[in-house]
Design a protein around this ligand. Structure first.
Ligand SMILES: [Zn+2]
Ligand SMILES: [Zn+2]
Length: 130
């Protein structure tokens, strides 16, 4: 048996990092996407990522409850209407307080009392009041 040079021996040192991870889920709605997202939390995934210097990323686990909706079809959430069942773009500048123009108008009419006695299912304020 040959004598090994101790300087040529290497060990694998695994470091644990918190990281920002973007998980894309295709779903027909936010509730479905959210359910799918939660179903994969805590599961360990194998990765095959290697940096140019040869450092390997080998596994990833999603922390329970740590995921937040960030983009829809590539648009940042802050550029979309805050109402989950709407999510229209705010880029026309017609919105108010995070809602698109249509939702803000509906809320305004709601606050004027227009929906009193006849709640509308397309009005966030009516839905929230239930
Ligand atoms: Zn809206
Ligand atoms: Zn209303």
């Amino acid at each position: 048996m040959t004598q090994e040079d101790p300087l040529s021996q290497t060990n694998t040192y695994s470091f644990l990092y918190p990281a920002t991870v973007m998980v894309q889920i295709d779903a027909s709605g936010e509730a479905e996407a959210d359910e799918l997202r939660r179903s994969i939390e805590g599961e360990e995934f194998s990765l095959e990522l290697v940096t140019r210097a040869g450092h390997r990323f080998t596994a990833i686990t999603l922390d329970s409850g740590a995921g937040e909706l960030d983009q829809i079809d590539g648009d940042p959430l802050e550029e979309l209407c805050s109402n989950e069942d709407c999510r229209a773009s705010l880029s026309d500048g017609e919105g108010y307080n995070g809602e698109c123009g249509d939702c803000a108008d509906r809320r305004y009419l709601h606050e004027l009392g227009e929906h009193r006695g006849a709640p509308r299912d397309d009005c966030r304020a009516c839905i929230e009041a239930v």
